[in-house]
Design a protein around this ligand. Structure first.
Ligand SMILES: C[S@@+](CC[C@H](N)C(=O)[O-])C[C@H]1O[C@@H](n2cnc3c(N)ncnc32)[C@H](O)[C@@H]1O
Ligand SMILES: [Zn+2]
Ligand SMILES: [Zn+2]
Length: 384
């Protein structure tokens, strides 16, 4: 099966925006010519079962899906969520409750949350770090929410700062958004884009946009696209980077197609037709060949990205070590990998590192690199 990479705006929609078109391959890998539409975001049919043959999509089916889309919309608009949050912040802390079952800040005792999982005494800190309130969607194939370790957050944000970035678009990277929102001294302004609408009640339209990376769909329509484009605009010496950490199962070709579109938005907003928007894409090293096929300008950094709530990628003793790397087009003459995470003292350049773990070091010699200094390459399960 392959995704037919093209603009999908005219395709039928499911609750996750316009669907992608796929083509079936025969058992010997030959294109069958049989094309179908399916949900762009969910690999698991129990999350979204949109599947229709391309030549068999009737008006009747369209109507049925329109009803399902309407029924699956979040219960409030972004502006209403913001108003709810303001009202919630005005409550004394002992009255602040969050319902994990409904993913909702509770404003009145009269709201019905009987037998639901409630968090009492919600603090300011929790309001600014909603991931600590949410039920994490680790088991969901579509959203797979694994959060960076604090060391990884510090490494990435200090690198951006060192490279003089002032603004960062974070696609599927809520932890860095939370960190930057509560650490203004880090000197980076952030804009979170995520398919998880629960962030709408914690971050306003200037800070969060409900978004699907796989089809470049802005759930908030033109108003939300406008906010994003405004954020991309670099005024008075500002410098923007885009960071993304999508689920591994995400369709690489579709992601690359979206990144090319986002690049065009950035070029247009900043009148920079011959440059590319700086990108840091967090993805496993073993998917490097597929990324490079689509985006040959990216190189893979040596740094091993660590996660908090992932038993294999946390970097604890006995774990196999994270296979996640950073693919980037940011040219940094010399990136110092953090000693306290086990990297050797010498500055290591961002170098092209291949799937066998070899690379070219700062003296231009083929060498074992920080990957090998740590645990070496591992064969790992690609489901996250
Ligand atoms: C592996 S987690 C990354 C979390 C990140 N490491 C952090 O610490 O903030 C994947 C993130 O991408 C989001 N996501 C999943 N599918 C998406 C899609 N199609 N479009 C945008 N975001 C998506 C999830 O909700 C989640 O926040
Ligand atoms: Zn869907
Ligand atoms: Zn509830």
């Amino acid at each position: 099966m392959e995704v037919i990479v093209k603009d999908c705006k005219s395709h039928p929609s499911c609750p996750h925006g316009p669907c992608l078109m796929f083509e079936r391959h025969t058992s010997n890998g030959v294109k069958s010519g049989k094309r179908f539409y399916a949900c762009s975001a969910c690999r698991d049919r129990s999350d979204c079962n949109f599947f229709h043959w391309a030549d068999d999509f009737s008006e009747n089916k369209l109507k049925q899906w329109e009803e399902r889309i309407a029924a699956s919309k979040p219960p409030f608009t972004h502006d209403e969520y913001v108003q709810r949050r303001t009202a919630f912040e005005n409550l004394p802390q002992h009255k602040r409750k969050y319902c994990r079952t409904c993913s909702l800040l509770i404003l009145k005792d009269s709201e019905n949350h009987v037998k639901h999982e409630i968090i009492d005494d919600v603090s300011e800190e929790q309001i600014h770090q909603p991931t600590t309130l949410f039920q994490t969607l680790e088991n969901k194939k579509s959203e797979a929410q694994y959060f960076f370790s604090h060391k990884t957050i510090e490494f990435v944000t200090s690198l951006l700062k060192k490279l003089n970035f002032t603004k960062v678009v974070l696609i599927g990277v809520p932890k860095i958004h939370e960190y930057l929102m509560s650490n203004k001294s880090a000197g980076l302004t952030s804009f979170l884009m995520d398919i998880d609408h629960r962030y709408m009640q914690f971050f306003g339209p200037e800070q969060f946009c409900h978004y699907n990376l796989f089809n470049n769909h802005f759930f908030g329509g033109k108003a939300s696209t406008k906010k994003f484009k405004e954020f991309l605009t670099e005024n008075n010496g500002e410098k923007v980077a885009i960071l993304l950490d999508p689920p591994f199962g995400g369709l690489i070709d579709a992601i690359c197609f979206t990144l090319q579109k986002l690049n065009r938005y950035w070029q247009k907003a900043n009148d920079k037709s011959s440059e590319s928007v700086p990108i840091m894409w967090f993805f496993p090293y073993f998917l490097e060949p597929r990324i490079m096929q689509n985006m040959p300008d990216l190189v893979m950094m040596d740094y091993k990205v660590k996660y908090l709530n992932h038993k294999k990628f946390g970097g604890q003793a006995g774990s196999v070590g994270s296979p996640v790397r950073i693919f980037t087009n940011i040219s940094a003459s010399s990136v110092v990998l953090p000693k306290d995470e086990g990297y050797r003292e010498k500055d290591i350049e961002i170098s092209e590192v291949h799937v066998d773990g070899s690379g070219v070091d700062s003296e231009g010699e083929k060498s074992s690199n920080a990957l090998n200094v740590l645990n070496g390459q591992q064969k790992v399960d690609c489901s996250r």
